[in-house]
Design a binder for this molecule. Structure first.
Ligand SMILES: Nc1ncnc2c1ncn2[C@@H]1O[C@H](COP(=O)(O)OP(=O)(O)OP(=O)(O)O)[C@@H](O)[C@H]1O
Ligand SMILES: [Mg+2]
Length: 583
């Protein structure tokens, strides 16, 4: 019921169309009674009554009824299909908008396969229900209803005799559908597994080949494929078991009709023409009963899918815009972390993080892998909310910012680089689609990417493969850097941006970035000391805590953790010269 109410909120916009549709369904159900009636008249009035001119009239009526029925049927099928497509269009749009609103936490715990299933299989179940199941239920119910009334008006006792068989047909059809239902859901679940094996294999094909695991992967697929085949056969077995029973019961209907009807004809209480009418209406008793099982299945499938879609539509992002508190407060620091603690799940990832950085300054975060470096910038962009403490940007708690304007205020090169399968120009201009080619080139030059892009046969029009396939790791990083630079936001975040770039190129990038950084607040996360030595503030993070802080020279003097990393990377050094990179 709840799912019906839910789908009605979308369908009610087409109320008049739906009413017309159901009215047409009703007309067709009624018209279905006419041809059996005309057949009866042919037998009684033409064959036995000898009224030959009536024959042509009746045949004409029968042809006309058939044609009118076809046209009306076509019209309402088209009508329901159009309405369902519009309904689905709206739901799909809302679903996609919701997916775009949902935050990192949702994606952390949800599999891509599940989301895809919502967008495809579940959507299809809802479409099928609105486009087909709804009118089929009404049509079958009305055909059954009209047929019973019609039969009663001709001969009540024969109708009762035949109706005695129909519940048995209904019972077996219901039994079949309840037995088939679990096999259908098994097939669907197995299909999802088969799909995810294929999907994972395709996206991980490089790893598969590198480890020469093709046979293992084929084996994995074969097992799922075999299970899929077996589940389909199991489902077919249920069919095979019930279909003969249902066919025999349809036969029983005919037998009852001929035996009882024949007897009544002999007795004189029924004409042969009326018997022919009963015969022509057998399908009107049989079909709805057989269909009922399938329709129940369709309704259940619709309910299951509608609930899943509704759940996703009701999913609330944890990161929301709260009422803004007056005007922004001017502050000394453009970004400030105040006693910030954070955990993704149970384990604390950041504790007591406090630091501030002004416009024009660069803060560098270094530390072992897993220390929480990327997490700090995740909190800054409000991909997650701090558990306690405050993250203040331009004098205002990030929670008081409109999330979108906060993110427009920042440009980020993420550690896990994602490029779209689009042209290089399209990728660089992602954050600023109106940028001219000159601006794109300018950003690429600053990111030291122009050189290699120009050497490509199609230059900036080169289409990049999915996730940036076709480019080297360092090239991808530089395109991603150009994308962030073109956005020209006041806060620039570079998370491990030059890790795959050679030292010489990195130094050139640093040189071109220098004047840009002076105008912005910049965060640099890196493992190489050479990437961070110029920063105004270096934070050494370990286990989510700031262990050391200061400028490069101060930290070297402390001879602590930073100094040790430096020594490991540069060996013996004289003064603060960087001569070589340790391989
Ligand atoms: N989405 C997440 N869900 C749960 N735990 C996470 C998630 N992201 C990171 N973590 C955990 O939080 C900790 C800090 O991760 P973070 O990505 O901030 O490290 P990092 O310092 O950037 O490391 P690296 O130098 O390897 O990039 C790690 O222990 C990691 O396992
Ligand atoms: Mg990281």
């Amino acid at each position: 019921m709840h799912s019906l109410k839910w789908i009605w909120t979308y369908m009610r916009d087409f109320k008049s169309g739906i009413c017309i549709g159901f009215l047409l369904v009703l007309v067709v159900a009624g018209l279905n009674m006419l041809n059996p009636y005309f057949s009866g008249r042919i037998v009684d009035d033409v064959i036995y009554g000898g009224n030959m001119p009536l024959l042509w009239k009746l045949i004409g009526f029968m042809i006309a009824v058939t044609m009118i029925k076809t046209v009306i049927r076509y019209s309402f099928q088209l009508l329901f299909e159009r309405i369902s497509q519009r309904v689905i269009y709206t739901i799909r749009k809302q679903l996609y908008e919701r997916l775009n609103e949902l935050d990192f936490r949702y994606y952390d715990r949800t599999k891509t396969g599940d989301i895809m299933a919502r967008m495809t299989g579940d959507m299809e179940a809802v479409r099928h229900f609105t486009a087909w199941t709804t009118y089929m239920i009404v049509e079958n119910a009305m055909v059954l209803f009209f047929a019973i009334i019609f039969m009663f008006t001709i001969h009540a006792p024969l109708t009762v005799a035949m109706l005695a068989v129909t519940p048995v047909i209904g019972f077996f059809a219901y039994r079949m559908s309840s037995e088939v239902r679990p096999t259908f859901s098994e097939i669907r679940a197995q299909f999802a597994r088969l799909n995810s094996v294929v999907q994972e294999n395709i996206s991980g094909n490089r790893v598969v080949k590198a480890f020469a695991k093709e046979e293992h992967e084929i084996g994995k697929f074969s097992a799922e494929n075999r299970a899929f085949k077996e589940k389909n056969i199991k489902s077919a077995r249920v069919w095979e078991k019930y279909l003969p029973v249902l066919d025999s019961l349809a036969g029983v209907l005919t037998v009852v009709m001929i035996l009882a009807g024949g007897f009544m004809v002999v007795q004189g209480s029924l004409t042969i023409g009326e018997l022919v009418i009963f015969n022509s209406l057998i399908w009107a008793l049989n079909n709805p009963m057989r269909m009922a099982g399938w329709l129940i299945n369709d309704v259940q499938r619709f309910i299951a899918s509608a609930e899943k879609i509704e759940d996703l539509l009701n999913e609330q992002p944890a990161i929301t815009n709260r009422k803004q508190k007056g005007e922004s407060v001017s502050a000394d620091f453009s970004v400030q972390f105040q006693d910030v603690t954070f955990k993704y799940e149970d384990e604390p990832v950041l504790s007591d993080i406090t630091f501030g950085v002004k416009t024009g300054q660069t803060v560098a975060i270094v530390g072992p892998t897993g220390a929480g470096k990327s997490t700090i910038v995740n909190l800054l962009c409000r991909f997650y909310d701090a558990d306690s403490g405050e993250v203040i940007v331009e004098g205002r708690d990030v929670k008081d910012w409109n999330v979108r304007s906060l993110r427009k205020h920042t440009a980020m090169v993420m550690q896990d680089i994602f490029l779209f399968s689009d042209t290089i120009e399209g990728n660089i201009a992602y954050g600023m689609p109106d940028a001219t080619l000159e601006q794109v080139k300018d950003a690429a030059k600053k990111a030291e990417a122009h050189g290699f892009i120009s050497k490509l046969p199609e230059g900036y029009d080169t289409i990049i493969g999915e996730r940036g396939v076709g480019l080297s790791g360092g090239q991808r990083q530089r395109i991603s850097l150009a994308r962030a630079l073109l956005k020209d936001a006041p806060i620039l975040i570079l998370d491990d941006t030059t890790s795959a770039v050679d030292l010489e190129t990195e130094m050139r990038i640093q040189k071109t970035l220098k004047p840009i950084l002076r105008e912005k607040t910049c965060f640099i996360i890196a493992h190489r000391i050479s990437s961070v030595k110029e920063a105004d503030l270096i934070l050494v993070l370990e286990n989510g805590q700031i262990m050391e802080r200061g400028r490069h020279e101060d930290l070297l003097k402390r001879k602590g953790r930073y100094y040790n990393v430096f020594k490991n990377q540069f060996g013996d050094f004289d003064g603060h010269q960087f001569g070589k990179e340790v391989m």
